[in-house]
Design a protein around this ligand. Structure first.
Ligand code: MN
Length: 255
């Protein structure tokens, strides 16, 4: 210890140029929902919103002085990022953001920095490692739950089945819980090296993954939004152990 707070880099959401937007008309913005900052800072970590690598600054350069990477939520991953074409134009996702975040994931893993992917970040982790996604859960997974309901947003909850024997099961000491659900896509083919740690029991969809490899990496993805949860809501899986596990991994690896 004695090294000060952990420094955690966050991948940004992207607001692409909009000629109708009054502020920053026609400019590209990189932004973050404040619950993410608050969740990490409540645990004592300092957050840094990461820009896309530019000029002589590489993704590795951005991450070099940081202790971990969180891949944030947001819009769909582009099917082009996993070798498919969009089944509908509105499912085209954000290929530019995929490229930016894939560079961050690759750099973080090369530097052995812990990675935590949340919602889109969980999906992006799977895609960056070679997996694929359902472009639209409701049409591609018959009889699936509604994993996103716009009107209630993070108030949409479903059951979670944690796979027995996984690190996530050991972390929580339980295999049955509940999580929020605000996603339009889901993991289809699981990337090589990723272990499924939790599913939605009603439809079998993947809700959590962890990278397992010889060099003992730390890369975890969760389909729910722990940063949206009220810490006092005992009906949902407690978000604190997940964050504490990530930060403990960052602490072990810091220089
Ligand atoms: Mn879900």
């Amino acid at each position: 210890m004695g090294k000060g707070p952990l420094r955690i880099g966050l991948s940004a959401a992207v607001m692409h140029p909009d000629p109708q937007r009054l502020a920053f008309k026609g400019r590209r913005l990189f932004y973050m929902e404040e619950g993410m900052f608050q969740w990490l800072m409540a645990a004592g970590a300092i957050t840094y919103l990461l820009p896309p690598p530019s000029g002589p600054v590489t993704a590795a350069g951005l991450l070099d002085g940081l202790d971990g990477l969180v891949l944030s939520g947001g819009v769909d991953v582009s099917p082009a990022s996993y070798g498919e074409t969009p089944l509908k134009p509105e499912w085209a996702g954000d290929r530019a953001r995929d490229v930016y975040e894939t560079h961050l994931v690759q750099a973080a893993l090369a530097l052995e920095k812990p990675v935590l992917g949340i919602c889109r970040g969980h999906q992006l982790l799977n895609v960056a490692l070679g997996g694929t996604l359902f472009q639209d859960i409701r049409t591609q997974v018959p009889l699936s739950l509604h994993h996103r309901i716009f009107d209630i947003y993070e108030g949409n909850h479903h059951e979670l089945q944690i796979e027995p024997g996984t690190a996530l099961a050991r972390l929580y000491g339980t295999t049955a819980s509940r999580v929020n659900s605000v996603h339009h896509q889901a993991v289809k083919e699981v990337a090589a090296g990723l272990v499924v740690e939790a599913r939605s029991p009603a439809d079998g969809l993947v809700e959590a993954v962890r990278l397992v490899a010889k060099n003992d990496p730390y890369a975890v993805g969760v389909q729910w939004h722990p940063e949206f949860q009220d810490p006092g809501d005992k009906t949902l899986l407690d978000a604190a152990p997940l964050l504490a596990d990530f930060l403990a991994a960052a602490e072990r690896r810091r220089r």
